[in-house]
Design a protein around this ligand. Structure first.
Ligand SMILES: Cc1ncc(C[n+]2csc(CCOP(=O)(O)OP(=O)(O)O)c2C)c(N)n1
Ligand SMILES: [Mg+2]
Length: 365
């Protein structure tokens, strides 16, 4: 089991508030099923924690920049920010293996960066430029990378769930040993296709982790007004799929739960559900003024539960020098600033490209 970080048992650093920053069983509630033994990652060493910190910060700063560019009219169309939810994809990727596949909704920039897609390429796509991942023709919701096993980027709520199931089938059929990490929201969980996918995944014991990112809202509707039965981790019970409810604002808890879930899948036992309890700080999309909740609610989350601040406090408490942390802040700022410059210097697609890459001819290799 993960070692409890010192900061959890001593006086809490300012800003951590009531939430525990350690990955203890308090942060994870098991719904059903026994985990395989010895799969929990060790309490990470300092370098691993610095890496987690850097990755979460990269997503945060990248998204802030995207929000800024959107406000300036440089990014158009849809743009859904992931700010507040960074611990989920960073924690999951940190315990995934080469060859695992990832698929998600339209709130996808964080997933791309965590999969190793470049900030330059993602920002160029957001700004509709030729050097973007979809050559400037896809935008925020439509980027893919075969090389990094990232399968989008899907604008239709829950549409990615049966596709994620298909990716799991492919892992099993081709015997790759990989797992399909299929992310979707609390708004998607009530869709019929999700349960058809649960059924088939359980029946065929497909290696898929269904990651529910429960950020408490589907557009302007709170989960309490939309979902009967609040524990979304339970939703696989009828199919015998084990589930866990996880503190999704705590990257260490996410790692621990993710490692268990993925090990379960790799042992050929079938699917696993993780309900990540999280929060999005921004509106649903850039055009949402978010009037359906109070400023106090958002501020309380930011102050007491922020995944990046919490990890920074653990690092400081564990004796990491402030300069080392500041150097990462500077490094991340430079990556994002370079990405923005790169995007703005890239030309828009040529008119002649209007009909290219619309339909893929010759199949996927
Ligand atoms: C099938 C379908 N119905 C409705 C919409 C409109 N819509 C876009 S996002 C969204 C809310 C989804 O919320 P959730 O699954 O919680 O994801 P989050 O935005 O919170 O990440 C809705 C209803 C859509 N895109 N597709
Ligand atoms: Mg939601």
């Amino acid at each position: 089991m993960a070692k409890t970080p010192k900061s959890a048992s001593t006086a809490k650093p300012a800003g951590v508030g009531k939430s525990s920053v350690s990955a203890t069983k308090k942060n994870i509630r098991r719904v059903q099923g026994r985990p395989p033994k010895n799969v929990t990652p060790e309490y990470p060493d300092t370098n691993t924690m610095l890496d987690l910190y850097e990755q979460m910060l990269l997503i945060r700063r990248f998204e802030e920049k995207a929000g800024q560019l959107y406000g300036m009219g440089v990014i158009g169309g849809f743009c859904h920010l992931y700010i507040g939810q960074e611990a989920i994809v960073v924690g999951m990727q940190s315990v995934s293996k080469e060859g695992d596949s990832v698929i998600t909704s339209y709130r996808d920039h964080g997933h791309m960066l965590a999969c190793g897609m470049t900030a330059d390429g993602v920002m160029a796509e957001l700004t509709g430029r030729r050097d973007g991942y979809s050559r400037g023709k896809g935008g925020s919701m439509h980027m893919f990378s075969r090389e990094k096993n990232f399968f989008g980027g899907h604008g239709i709520v829950a549409a990615q769930v049966p596709i994620g199931l298909g990716l799991a089938f492919s892992h099993q059929y081709r015997n790759t040993g990989g797992v399909s990490l299929t992310y979707f929201g609390d708004g998607a969980i009530n869709q019929g296709q999700v349960y058809e996918s649960f059924n088939m995944a359980a029946l065929w014991k497909l290696p898929v982790v269904f990651v529910i990112e429960n950020n408490q809202y589907g557009m302007g509707t709170s989960v309490s007004r939309a979902a009967a039965g609040r524990d979304l981790a339970d939703r696989g019970k009828a199919y015998g799929i084990p589930g866990m409810q996880v503190d999704g604002m705590n990257v260490l808890a996410v790692r621990e739960a993710g490692a268990e879930a993925m090990a379960y899948c790799r042992e050929g036992k079938g699917p696993f559900i993780l309900e990540m309890q999280t929060y999005r700080y921004r509106g649903h999309s850039m055009s949402d003024p978010a009037k359906y909740r109070t400023r106090e609610e958002v501020d309380a989350m930011r102050k007491q539960r922020d995944p990046i601040d919490s990890l920074r406090e653990i690092l400081v408490h564990d004796g990491v020098e402030n300069d080392k942390i500041k150097a990462l802040d500077t490094k991340v700022k430079a990556i994002v600033s370079k990405a923005s410059d790169f995007a703005l210097a890239s030309p828009e697609p040529d008119e002649a490209e209007l009909w290219t890459d619309v339909i893929l001819e010759g199949g996927v290799s």
